[in-house]
Design a protein around this ligand. Structure first.
Ligand SMILES: [Zn+2]
Length: 73
């Protein structure tokens, strides 16, 4: 449930972007929730029991986006 929620929260980040979908755009560093300080926060979250699942869900999302970026180059 929490994983689902975290996934939805960070996916909203993609919906804010204009244009909505750009296959040549790297999400990392572009969206507010994909900025480097945000990723830093996600890396800290799993160290706390309460935010562990949500942190991992967010990191998995970031890794997925990162792989997309690497495949583009
Ligand atoms: Zn993303």
């Amino acid at each position: 449930m929490l994983i689902l929620l975290a996934g939805i929260i960070i996916d909203v980040d993609h919906l804010w972007a204009v244009p909505l979908f750009d296959p040549n755009r790297c999400s990392i560093g572009f969206h507010p929730l994909h900025s480097y300080w945000a990723i830093l926060v996600y890396c800290i979250l799993p160290f706390f029991k309460v935010t562990r699942i949500i942190g991992l869900a967010l990191i998995i999302h970031i890794i997925a986006d990162l792989v997309d970026c690497l495949l583009l180059r």
